[in-house]
Design a protein around this ligand. Sequence first.
Ligand code: SF4
Length: 419
Amino acid sequence: MSDSSLQLTNYIRKKTQQAVVSWGDNIVTIGGDAPIRVQSMTNTDTVDAVGTAIQVKELARAGSELVRITVNTPEAAAAVPYIREQLDKMDVKVPLIGDFHYNGHTLLKDYPDCAKALSKYRINPGNVGKGAKRDIQFSQMIEAAIRYEKPIRIGVNWGSLDQDLLAQLMDANAALATPKDSREIMVEALIQSALQSTQKAVEIGMPLSQIILSCKVSAVQDLISVYRELSNRCDNPLHLGLTEAGIGSKGIVASTAALSVLLQEGIGDTIRISLTPEPGASRDNEVIVAQEILQTMNLRHFTPMVIACPGCGRTTSTYFQHLASEIQSYLRNQMPLWKKDFPGVESMSVAVMGCIVNGPGESKHADIGISLPGTGETPSAPVFIDGQKAKTLRGDNIIGEFQQIVQEYVQQRYTPKNI
Ligand code: SF4
Protein backbone atom coordinates (compact mmCIF):
# COMPACT_ATOMS: atom_id res chain seq x y z
CA MET A 1 0.00 0.00 0.00
CA SER A 2 1.23 3.49 -0.84
CA ASP A 3 1.39 5.77 2.18
CA SER A 4 0.49 8.90 0.15
CA SER A 5 -3.11 9.90 0.79
CA LEU A 6 -5.53 9.41 -2.07
CA GLN A 7 -7.00 12.58 -3.58
CA LEU A 8 -10.56 12.23 -4.79
CA THR A 9 -11.77 14.73 -7.38
CA ASN A 10 -13.40 17.76 -5.86
CA TYR A 11 -15.91 19.61 -8.01
CA ILE A 12 -16.31 23.28 -7.17
CA ARG A 13 -18.43 25.41 -9.45
CA LYS A 14 -17.40 29.00 -10.00
CA LYS A 15 -20.06 31.31 -8.65
CA THR A 16 -21.00 33.74 -11.39
CA GLN A 17 -23.62 36.47 -11.38
CA GLN A 18 -27.17 35.31 -11.96
CA ALA A 19 -29.25 36.17 -15.01
CA VAL A 20 -33.01 35.68 -14.99
CA VAL A 21 -34.79 34.45 -18.12
CA SER A 22 -38.51 34.04 -17.84
CA TRP A 23 -41.80 33.53 -19.58
CA GLY A 24 -44.90 33.96 -17.44
CA ASP A 25 -44.36 32.12 -14.21
CA ASN A 26 -41.56 30.00 -15.64
CA ILE A 27 -38.39 31.58 -14.29
CA VAL A 28 -35.13 30.06 -15.49
CA THR A 29 -32.14 31.44 -13.62
CA ILE A 30 -28.69 31.11 -15.19
CA GLY A 31 -25.50 31.30 -13.15
CA GLY A 32 -25.08 31.90 -9.44
CA ASP A 33 -26.48 28.94 -7.55
CA ALA A 34 -28.80 27.85 -10.38
CA PRO A 35 -28.30 24.38 -11.84
CA ILE A 36 -26.35 24.21 -15.08
CA ARG A 37 -29.05 24.76 -17.70
CA VAL A 38 -29.66 22.80 -20.87
CA GLN A 39 -30.41 24.74 -24.03
CA SER A 40 -31.17 23.80 -27.62
CA MET A 41 -31.94 25.44 -30.93
CA THR A 42 -34.57 24.72 -33.56
CA ASN A 43 -33.73 24.00 -37.19
CA THR A 44 -37.16 24.78 -38.62
CA ASP A 45 -37.87 27.87 -40.72
CA THR A 46 -39.09 30.36 -38.11
CA VAL A 47 -41.62 31.67 -40.65
CA ASP A 48 -43.33 28.30 -40.27
CA ALA A 49 -44.85 29.22 -36.91
CA VAL A 50 -46.70 25.94 -36.36
CA GLY A 51 -43.75 23.74 -37.36
CA THR A 52 -41.41 25.76 -35.17
CA ALA A 53 -43.79 25.69 -32.20
CA ILE A 54 -44.05 21.90 -32.52
CA GLN A 55 -40.28 21.50 -32.56
CA VAL A 56 -39.87 23.86 -29.60
CA LYS A 57 -42.45 21.80 -27.73
CA GLU A 58 -40.57 18.58 -28.50
CA LEU A 59 -37.26 20.08 -27.38
CA ALA A 60 -38.86 21.39 -24.19
CA ARG A 61 -40.49 18.03 -23.53
CA ALA A 62 -37.09 16.37 -23.96
CA GLY A 63 -35.79 18.68 -21.23
CA SER A 64 -34.51 21.81 -22.93
CA GLU A 65 -34.96 24.62 -20.41
CA LEU A 66 -34.47 27.37 -23.00
CA VAL A 67 -34.96 27.12 -26.75
CA ARG A 68 -33.33 29.41 -29.29
CA ILE A 69 -34.92 30.22 -32.62
CA THR A 70 -33.38 32.13 -35.48
CA VAL A 71 -34.93 35.53 -36.19
CA ASN A 72 -33.39 36.42 -39.51
CA THR A 73 -36.02 38.20 -41.60
CA PRO A 74 -39.05 40.48 -41.15
CA GLU A 75 -41.27 37.45 -41.85
CA ALA A 76 -39.51 35.45 -39.13
CA ALA A 77 -39.84 38.34 -36.68
CA ALA A 78 -43.55 38.60 -37.53
CA ALA A 79 -43.97 34.86 -36.85
CA VAL A 80 -42.39 34.95 -33.37
CA PRO A 81 -45.50 36.16 -31.47
CA TYR A 82 -47.56 33.41 -33.16
CA ILE A 83 -44.99 30.79 -32.17
CA ARG A 84 -45.23 32.05 -28.60
CA GLU A 85 -49.02 32.01 -28.77
CA GLN A 86 -49.06 28.41 -30.05
CA LEU A 87 -46.73 27.36 -27.24
CA ASP A 88 -48.82 29.12 -24.62
CA LYS A 89 -51.94 27.36 -25.92
CA MET A 90 -50.10 24.04 -25.50
CA ASP A 91 -49.03 25.12 -22.01
CA VAL A 92 -45.37 25.04 -23.01
CA LYS A 93 -43.79 27.84 -21.05
CA VAL A 94 -40.21 27.36 -22.14
CA PRO A 95 -38.53 30.75 -22.69
CA LEU A 96 -37.66 31.53 -26.32
CA ILE A 97 -34.35 33.09 -27.24
CA GLY A 98 -34.08 35.11 -30.44
CA ASP A 99 -30.91 34.59 -32.44
CA PHE A 100 -30.07 37.79 -34.31
CA HIS A 101 -27.44 38.53 -36.93
CA TYR A 102 -26.97 41.60 -39.19
CA ASN A 103 -30.49 43.06 -38.88
CA GLY A 104 -31.43 42.48 -35.23
CA HIS A 105 -31.48 46.22 -34.49
CA THR A 106 -34.11 46.76 -37.22
CA LEU A 107 -36.20 43.70 -36.40
CA LEU A 108 -36.39 44.48 -32.69
CA LYS A 109 -37.49 48.04 -33.52
CA ASP A 110 -39.98 47.20 -36.29
CA TYR A 111 -41.51 44.16 -34.58
CA PRO A 112 -42.17 45.10 -30.96
CA ASP A 113 -44.42 42.06 -30.47
CA CYS A 114 -41.47 39.87 -31.46
CA ALA A 115 -39.23 41.74 -29.02
CA LYS A 116 -41.80 41.14 -26.25
CA ALA A 117 -42.47 37.48 -27.08
CA LEU A 118 -38.80 36.59 -26.80
CA SER A 119 -37.34 36.06 -23.34
CA LYS A 120 -33.69 36.71 -24.25
CA TYR A 121 -31.77 38.10 -27.21
CA ARG A 122 -28.61 36.57 -28.56
CA ILE A 123 -26.36 39.23 -30.03
CA ASN A 124 -23.29 38.32 -32.07
CA PRO A 125 -20.89 41.28 -31.87
CA GLY A 126 -19.19 40.15 -35.09
CA ASN A 127 -22.46 40.48 -37.00
CA VAL A 128 -24.01 43.75 -35.85
CA GLY A 129 -22.61 45.94 -38.60
CA LYS A 130 -19.40 47.47 -39.87
CA GLY A 131 -17.50 50.68 -39.13
CA ALA A 132 -19.50 53.50 -37.59
CA LYS A 133 -22.77 51.59 -37.95
CA ARG A 134 -21.51 48.85 -35.68
CA ASP A 135 -21.74 50.82 -32.45
CA ILE A 136 -25.07 52.42 -33.37
CA GLN A 137 -26.71 49.12 -34.27
CA PHE A 138 -25.29 47.37 -31.23
CA SER A 139 -26.65 50.18 -29.05
CA GLN A 140 -30.08 49.85 -30.65
CA MET A 141 -30.19 46.16 -29.74
CA ILE A 142 -29.09 46.85 -26.18
CA GLU A 143 -31.67 49.63 -25.87
CA ALA A 144 -34.37 47.18 -26.97
CA ALA A 145 -33.21 44.68 -24.32
CA ILE A 146 -33.35 47.42 -21.67
CA ARG A 147 -36.77 48.67 -22.85
CA TYR A 148 -38.33 45.21 -22.78
CA GLU A 149 -36.36 44.09 -19.71
CA LYS A 150 -34.79 41.11 -21.45
CA PRO A 151 -31.45 39.54 -20.64
CA ILE A 152 -29.00 39.08 -23.49
CA ARG A 153 -26.28 36.71 -24.51
CA ILE A 154 -23.28 38.25 -26.16
CA GLY A 155 -22.40 35.26 -28.28
CA VAL A 156 -19.05 35.50 -30.04
CA ASN A 157 -18.25 32.86 -32.64
CA TRP A 158 -14.88 32.42 -34.31
CA GLY A 159 -16.60 31.98 -37.69
CA SER A 160 -17.97 35.52 -37.43
CA LEU A 161 -15.35 37.16 -35.26
CA ASP A 162 -15.17 40.96 -35.35
CA GLN A 163 -12.63 41.38 -38.17
CA ASP A 164 -11.63 44.94 -37.21
CA LEU A 165 -10.73 43.80 -33.71
CA LEU A 166 -8.86 40.76 -35.01
CA ALA A 167 -6.88 42.90 -37.51
CA GLN A 168 -6.03 45.39 -34.76
CA LEU A 169 -4.71 42.62 -32.47
CA MET A 170 -2.84 40.95 -35.35
CA ASP A 171 -1.13 44.26 -36.23
CA ALA A 172 -0.16 44.87 -32.62
CA ASN A 173 1.19 41.34 -32.41
CA ALA A 174 3.21 41.70 -35.62
CA ALA A 175 4.90 44.76 -34.15
CA LEU A 176 6.16 42.80 -31.13
CA ALA A 177 9.82 41.75 -31.00
CA THR A 178 8.63 38.17 -30.47
CA PRO A 179 5.15 37.84 -31.97
CA LYS A 180 2.77 35.34 -30.39
CA ASP A 181 1.19 32.42 -32.16
CA SER A 182 -1.77 33.47 -34.34
CA ARG A 183 -3.98 30.97 -32.50
CA GLU A 184 -3.32 32.83 -29.27
CA ILE A 185 -4.31 36.10 -30.95
CA MET A 186 -7.54 34.53 -32.18
CA VAL A 187 -8.39 33.36 -28.65
CA GLU A 188 -7.56 36.82 -27.30
CA ALA A 189 -9.75 38.46 -29.97
CA LEU A 190 -12.71 36.24 -29.05
CA ILE A 191 -12.40 37.15 -25.38
CA GLN A 192 -11.89 40.85 -26.02
CA SER A 193 -14.86 40.95 -28.36
CA ALA A 194 -17.08 39.51 -25.62
CA LEU A 195 -15.70 41.70 -22.85
CA GLN A 196 -15.61 44.95 -24.83
CA SER A 197 -19.21 44.39 -25.97
CA THR A 198 -20.20 43.71 -22.36
CA GLN A 199 -18.62 46.95 -21.25
CA LYS A 200 -20.43 48.90 -23.99
CA ALA A 201 -23.74 47.28 -23.05
CA VAL A 202 -23.25 48.19 -19.39
CA GLU A 203 -22.37 51.78 -20.35
CA ILE A 204 -25.65 51.98 -22.27
CA GLY A 205 -27.52 50.83 -19.16
CA MET A 206 -27.75 47.04 -19.36
CA PRO A 207 -27.43 45.41 -15.92
CA LEU A 208 -24.16 43.46 -15.87
CA SER A 209 -25.71 40.35 -14.34
CA GLN A 210 -28.20 40.10 -17.21
CA ILE A 211 -25.43 39.60 -19.76
CA ILE A 212 -24.52 35.99 -20.46
CA LEU A 213 -21.36 35.40 -22.47
CA SER A 214 -20.19 32.76 -24.89
CA CYS A 215 -17.12 32.42 -27.14
CA LYS A 216 -17.61 29.41 -29.35
CA VAL A 217 -15.00 27.74 -31.52
CA SER A 218 -14.97 24.33 -33.16
CA ALA A 219 -11.59 23.02 -31.92
CA VAL A 220 -11.64 21.36 -28.52
CA GLN A 221 -8.29 22.66 -27.23
CA ASP A 222 -9.10 26.22 -28.32
CA LEU A 223 -12.51 26.08 -26.66
CA ILE A 224 -10.93 25.03 -23.39
CA SER A 225 -8.32 27.81 -23.63
CA VAL A 226 -10.83 30.51 -24.46
CA TYR A 227 -13.32 29.66 -21.69
CA ARG A 228 -10.65 29.23 -19.02
CA GLU A 229 -9.40 32.71 -19.77
CA LEU A 230 -12.87 34.22 -20.16
CA SER A 231 -13.85 32.78 -16.80
CA ASN A 232 -10.71 34.29 -15.25
CA ARG A 233 -11.53 37.72 -16.57
CA CYS A 234 -15.24 38.07 -15.75
CA ASP A 235 -18.03 36.93 -13.46
CA ASN A 236 -20.80 36.87 -16.05
CA PRO A 237 -22.77 33.65 -16.46
CA LEU A 238 -21.16 31.60 -19.23
CA HIS A 239 -22.89 29.61 -21.95
CA LEU A 240 -20.76 26.68 -23.18
CA GLY A 241 -20.87 24.99 -26.52
CA LEU A 242 -18.52 23.62 -29.11
CA THR A 243 -19.72 25.20 -32.33
CA GLU A 244 -20.12 23.08 -35.46
CA ALA A 245 -19.44 19.97 -33.38
CA GLY A 246 -20.39 17.70 -36.27
CA ILE A 247 -22.56 14.71 -36.97
CA GLY A 248 -23.13 11.48 -35.05
CA SER A 249 -20.57 10.14 -32.64
CA LYS A 250 -17.96 12.72 -33.73
CA GLY A 251 -20.16 15.58 -32.62
CA ILE A 252 -21.06 13.89 -29.36
CA VAL A 253 -17.48 12.96 -28.51
CA ALA A 254 -16.01 16.35 -29.43
CA SER A 255 -18.64 18.23 -27.42
CA THR A 256 -18.30 15.90 -24.45
CA ALA A 257 -14.50 16.10 -24.47
CA ALA A 258 -14.50 19.91 -24.52
CA LEU A 259 -17.35 20.57 -22.14
CA SER A 260 -16.36 17.95 -19.57
CA VAL A 261 -12.97 19.55 -19.02
CA LEU A 262 -14.51 22.99 -18.50
CA LEU A 263 -17.41 21.77 -16.38
CA GLN A 264 -15.04 19.83 -14.16
CA GLU A 265 -13.13 23.07 -13.56
CA GLY A 266 -16.36 24.70 -12.41
CA ILE A 267 -16.79 26.71 -15.62
CA GLY A 268 -20.18 26.88 -17.34
CA ASP A 269 -23.69 27.88 -16.33
CA THR A 270 -25.60 26.70 -19.37
CA ILE A 271 -24.73 24.34 -22.22
CA ARG A 272 -25.81 23.51 -25.72
CA ILE A 273 -24.63 20.60 -27.84
CA SER A 274 -24.46 21.72 -31.48
CA LEU A 275 -25.03 18.39 -33.19
CA THR A 276 -25.76 18.08 -36.88
CA PRO A 277 -28.72 15.69 -36.88
CA GLU A 278 -28.32 12.48 -38.88
CA PRO A 279 -30.90 12.37 -41.71
CA GLY A 280 -34.26 11.56 -40.12
CA ALA A 281 -32.90 11.76 -36.57
CA SER A 282 -34.74 13.75 -33.94
CA ARG A 283 -33.50 17.20 -32.96
CA ASP A 284 -34.06 16.10 -29.36
CA ASN A 285 -30.75 14.24 -29.41
CA GLU A 286 -28.85 17.43 -28.64
CA VAL A 287 -30.91 17.79 -25.45
CA ILE A 288 -30.38 14.17 -24.45
CA VAL A 289 -26.61 14.42 -24.98
CA ALA A 290 -26.44 17.63 -22.92
CA GLN A 291 -28.37 15.99 -20.10
CA GLU A 292 -26.24 12.86 -20.25
CA ILE A 293 -23.02 14.87 -20.01
CA LEU A 294 -24.30 16.63 -16.89
CA GLN A 295 -25.70 13.46 -15.39
CA THR A 296 -22.70 11.23 -16.02
CA MET A 297 -20.55 13.91 -14.37
CA ASN A 298 -22.97 13.86 -11.43
CA LEU A 299 -23.68 17.57 -11.85
CA ARG A 300 -27.41 17.19 -12.44
CA HIS A 301 -29.90 14.34 -12.64
CA PHE A 302 -32.62 14.12 -15.26
CA THR A 303 -33.48 10.49 -15.86
CA PRO A 304 -32.57 7.26 -14.08
CA MET A 305 -29.29 6.04 -15.52
CA VAL A 306 -28.86 2.60 -16.99
CA ILE A 307 -25.51 1.04 -16.28
CA ALA A 308 -24.96 -1.70 -18.83
CA CYS A 309 -21.91 -3.75 -19.64
CA PRO A 310 -20.81 -3.78 -23.29
CA GLY A 311 -21.44 -7.50 -23.66
CA CYS A 312 -18.78 -9.87 -24.97
CA GLY A 313 -18.35 -13.47 -26.06
CA ARG A 314 -20.13 -14.57 -22.91
CA THR A 315 -23.38 -12.99 -24.16
CA THR A 316 -24.07 -14.82 -27.36
CA SER A 317 -27.69 -13.72 -27.73
CA THR A 318 -28.89 -10.19 -28.40
CA TYR A 319 -31.45 -10.54 -25.62
CA PHE A 320 -29.21 -8.66 -23.23
CA GLN A 321 -28.89 -5.72 -25.68
CA HIS A 322 -32.68 -5.65 -26.11
CA LEU A 323 -33.18 -5.58 -22.37
CA ALA A 324 -30.71 -2.71 -21.86
CA SER A 325 -32.28 -0.74 -24.69
CA GLU A 326 -35.90 -1.44 -23.61
CA ILE A 327 -35.18 -0.44 -20.04
CA GLN A 328 -33.45 2.77 -21.15
CA SER A 329 -36.47 3.74 -23.32
CA TYR A 330 -38.92 2.69 -20.61
CA LEU A 331 -37.24 4.90 -18.01
CA ARG A 332 -37.06 7.89 -20.37
CA ASN A 333 -40.72 7.48 -21.39
CA GLN A 334 -41.88 7.18 -17.79
CA MET A 335 -40.03 10.29 -16.64
CA PRO A 336 -42.64 12.94 -17.57
CA LEU A 337 -45.08 11.13 -15.21
CA TRP A 338 -42.57 9.99 -12.61
CA LYS A 339 -41.02 13.44 -12.33
CA LYS A 340 -44.30 14.80 -10.97
CA ASP A 341 -45.23 11.88 -8.73
CA PHE A 342 -41.91 10.53 -7.53
CA PRO A 343 -39.43 13.30 -6.71
CA GLY A 344 -35.83 12.11 -6.63
CA VAL A 345 -36.43 9.25 -9.08
CA GLU A 346 -34.12 10.95 -11.58
CA SER A 347 -31.16 9.91 -9.40
CA MET A 348 -32.02 6.21 -9.55
CA SER A 349 -29.47 3.86 -11.15
CA VAL A 350 -30.43 0.65 -12.91
CA ALA A 351 -27.84 -1.97 -13.89
CA VAL A 352 -28.37 -4.35 -16.79
CA MET A 353 -25.49 -6.81 -16.95
CA GLY A 354 -24.68 -9.63 -19.32
CA CYS A 355 -23.24 -12.40 -17.17
CA ILE A 356 -22.03 -13.56 -13.81
CA VAL A 357 -18.49 -12.10 -14.14
CA ASN A 358 -19.40 -8.51 -13.23
CA GLY A 359 -23.20 -8.80 -13.20
CA PRO A 360 -24.00 -9.43 -9.54
CA GLY A 361 -21.28 -7.02 -8.32
CA GLU A 362 -22.38 -4.12 -10.53
CA SER A 363 -26.06 -4.87 -9.85
CA LYS A 364 -25.44 -4.64 -6.11
CA HIS A 365 -23.94 -1.15 -6.51
CA ALA A 366 -27.00 0.10 -8.44
CA ASP A 367 -30.36 0.85 -6.82
CA ILE A 368 -31.81 -1.98 -8.84
CA GLY A 369 -30.00 -4.38 -11.12
CA ILE A 370 -30.39 -7.51 -13.15
CA SER A 371 -27.70 -9.96 -14.15
CA LEU A 372 -28.62 -12.01 -17.20
CA PRO A 373 -27.24 -15.48 -17.76
CA GLY A 374 -24.15 -15.65 -19.98
CA THR A 375 -23.26 -18.57 -22.23
CA GLY A 376 -23.27 -21.85 -20.31
CA GLU A 377 -24.73 -20.28 -17.15
CA THR A 378 -27.95 -21.43 -15.52
CA PRO A 379 -30.82 -19.74 -17.46
CA SER A 380 -31.88 -17.49 -14.63
CA ALA A 381 -31.51 -13.77 -13.97
CA PRO A 382 -31.00 -12.63 -10.38
CA VAL A 383 -32.44 -9.22 -9.54
CA PHE A 384 -30.77 -7.08 -6.88
CA ILE A 385 -32.59 -4.32 -5.01
CA ASP A 386 -30.65 -1.92 -2.80
CA GLY A 387 -27.67 -4.26 -2.86
CA GLN A 388 -29.58 -7.41 -1.87
CA LYS A 389 -30.61 -10.29 -4.09
CA ALA A 390 -34.40 -9.97 -4.18
CA LYS A 391 -35.67 -12.30 -6.90
CA THR A 392 -34.67 -14.57 -9.74
CA LEU A 393 -36.40 -14.21 -13.09
CA ARG A 394 -36.75 -17.02 -15.63
CA GLY A 395 -38.62 -17.69 -18.84
CA ASP A 396 -39.66 -15.58 -21.83
CA ASN A 397 -40.94 -12.46 -20.12
CA ILE A 398 -37.89 -11.27 -18.20
CA ILE A 399 -38.11 -7.75 -19.74
CA GLY A 400 -41.77 -7.32 -18.74
CA GLU A 401 -41.25 -8.67 -15.25
CA PHE A 402 -38.15 -6.57 -14.68
CA GLN A 403 -40.00 -3.41 -15.78
CA GLN A 404 -42.75 -4.27 -13.31
CA ILE A 405 -40.19 -4.65 -10.53
CA VAL A 406 -38.66 -1.27 -11.45
CA GLN A 407 -42.11 0.37 -11.42
CA GLU A 408 -42.91 -1.09 -7.97
CA TYR A 409 -39.49 -0.03 -6.67
CA VAL A 410 -40.06 3.55 -7.86
CA GLN A 411 -43.49 3.72 -6.22
CA GLN A 412 -42.25 2.27 -2.98
CA ARG A 413 -39.04 4.30 -2.72
CA TYR A 414 -39.90 7.68 -4.22
CA THR A 415 -43.50 8.33 -3.18
CA PRO A 416 -43.39 11.45 -1.02
CA LYS A 417 -43.83 10.45 2.62
CA ASN A 418 -46.54 13.04 3.33
CA ILE A 419 -48.94 11.66 0.67
S1 SF4 B 1 -20.33 -8.60 -17.42
FE1 SF4 B 1 -20.08 -10.56 -18.49
S2 SF4 B 1 -21.10 -10.23 -20.44
FE2 SF4 B 1 -20.77 -8.22 -19.61
S3 SF4 B 1 -18.84 -7.59 -20.54
FE3 SF4 B 1 -18.38 -8.47 -18.53
S4 SF4 B 1 -17.89 -10.59 -18.96
FE4 SF4 B 1 -18.95 -9.82 -20.76
